[in-house]
Design a protein around this ligand. Structure first.
Ligand SMILES: [Fe+2]
Ligand SMILES: [Fe+2]
Length: 166
């Protein structure tokens, strides 16, 4: 892995932490409003994003590069409702997908074969994440409406087998 590729991978590692913090903020918000299913859903996303960050960190270390942890942008503080939150997640994941695809272009251009299998997992992961957010935001918009948000809360608890909520 050359320095050009390293620099861009390092940026993506920090973006994964940024993703994690966005979901941590959302999780915290919904817990405050006692929507524990939605809160746990975002807590799971938070933990997954941290796992992604560690994957990038370990990949860089195993390729003999020194990852640099950077300052993370502050997550949005004004969260109006659940539709807003899931739209935010979807828009963010689309942004991340674009970054991952740009990384794929870069490693091809730089002929960095070691990074190909690593990145292909993230390409697949992004398809899943986008479709998950798109599905939930569509359920809110077309089936539930914000008045029935407790149904979504319950559905997320059941669907994602969240056992915390009593
Ligand atoms: Fe991620
Ligand atoms: Fe993600």
């Amino acid at each position: 892995m050359n320095d050009i590729v390293f620099k861009e991978f390092n940026k993506q590692m920090n973006r994964e932490t940024e993703s994690a913090f966005i979901y941590l903020a959302l999780s915290t918000h919904f817990q405050f409003f006692n929507l524990k299913g939605i809160s746990k859903f975002f807590e799971k996303r938070y933990k997954e994003e941290l796992e992604h960050m560690f994957k990038f960190q370990q990949f860089l270390l195993s390729n003999n590069h020194h990852p640099i942890i950077s300052e993370i942008p502050k997550p949005i503080a004004q969260i109006s409702d659940a539709l807003f939150a899931f739209d935010l997640g979807l828009a963010h994941e689309k942004k991340i997908t674009k970054h991952i695809h740009d990384l794929v272009d870069l490693i091809r251009k730089e002929d960095c074969k070691v990074a190909e299998p690593f990145l292909s997992n993230f390409v697949a992961e992004q398809i899943q994440e986008e479709s998950m957010f798109a599905h939930i935001r569509d359920v809110i918009e077309t089936q539930l409406g914000l008045d029935n948000i407790y149904l979504l809360d319950k559905e997320l608890r059941d669907k994602y087998e969240i056992e915390c909520c009593t």
